[in-house]
Design a protein around this ligand. Sequence first.
Ligand SMILES: Cc1cc2nc3c(=O)[nH]c(=O)nc-3n(C[C@H](O)[C@H](O)[C@H](O)COP(=O)(O)OP(=O)(O)OC[C@H]3O[C@@H](n4cnc5c(N)ncnc54)[C@H](O)[C@@H]3O)c2cc1C
Length: 376
Amino acid sequence: MLARAGHEVTVLEAAEDPGPVGAGIWLQALGQQVLDAIGLLEPLRAVSRPVARVDAVTVGGRQVMDFGYADVPGAVPAIGVHRGVLFTLLWEALAGSTARIATGVDVTGVRPTPGGASVETTSGAVGPFDLVIGADGSRSVVRESMRVAVRDHGYSYGALWALVDDPEGLAADVLYQCLDGTSRYLGVLPTGEQQASIFWSVRGADMRAVRGRGMDAWRQEAAPFVGERYAPLLDEVDQLLEAHYRDVVVRTPYRVRDGAGAVLIGDAAHAMSPQLGAGTSLALADAASLCHFLASAPDLETALAQHTASRRAHVRWYSWWTRLMMPVFQSDLHPIALPRDLLAGPVGSHPWVRTQMVKQLGGGQTGLVRRWQLPG
Ligand SMILES: Cc1cc2nc3c(=O)[nH]c(=O)nc-3n(C[C@H](O)[C@H](O)[C@H](O)COP(=O)(O)OP(=O)(O)OC[C@H]3O[C@@H](n4cnc5c(N)ncnc54)[C@H](O)[C@@H]3O)c2cc1C
């Protein structure tokens, strides 16, 4: 976006040979809107699958959630896509722009230098630049070097995941979740045309033990969670990979000195658990917002201040929601499971609640009623 707006852009990426890796993600309406603005939504739709419904049950068969985007007129279904497919689309667009790309560059921080802000890497300093954008994820080293106030804590629960072939389309257009208390759940996410992602909620400290017991032992444990419908997908799992979640909030994610600066976007500025599938949409929204204010504000400091102010309520709302949902679905707070299982079904069948669930999932809310507007 910045390169298209005429800026001279240099991208420093740690991966030597960035490629399509990772599990499926659930991309909500807001993220789709940003991709549409840069001409990538249609190519993405061609290689992904709509996720039109959420179906959550307990392992004992009680319905906990069952709602669809079609319940709300005008709601845009999410897209189930392999993270690598989205990555490849973005990477190709970047390669086709005027941006200079340097891969295999391990950034260690950013610091003010005469004439701008320099990026420090394990192979020397790069720059100076007018602006350094730290988009280096939840464990951002750029953030660390900026010495901004951060709340950063890792959750005790995460997920083991696998990407499996789904030639029969068993995952269809449904995000399926099967819960056992708050300590175990299995999720199935349609991922692209003939694939599905399987998520198995587990304490981070137990992941190694679960993997160590082997695939057969895990399949046996997971079998009651999938029912007949998804059983063939379990057979496809040949390894489980670890995903850990963090909760990161940076109050003021930028610094400006002598007309040059650094700013954090995406997970570097606000990582959260993936309960609502909001992270990618928020990261894309950050990018769109930053570009807008860099173009419209009279100077860098004003642009960064306006961008930060514009993003604050939106990010806070989704951080708050995911923080609230984590103990309800993935925690050692076992007593909460029973009221959740008893109440979620009846409460969730109320039209207002269903509407709220779909609206909140879309990724664009800053409250129950108010929405964040993509600037520009
Ligand atoms: C298990 C799991 C499931 C998720 N599911 C969803 C979902 O369904 N929907 C959704 O919207 N979001 C989901 N998320 C969240 C989503 O993945 C993130 O919000 C999103 O990827 C953030 O994008 P980002 O560009 O800020 O950071 P990242 O995607 O983490 O990208 C950071 C980039 O910086 C590079 N980098 C890192 N460190 C350095 C360094 N020192 N030097 C140079 N380069 C560096 C990395 O190689 C990478 O390319 C999920 C997250 C997890 C963990």
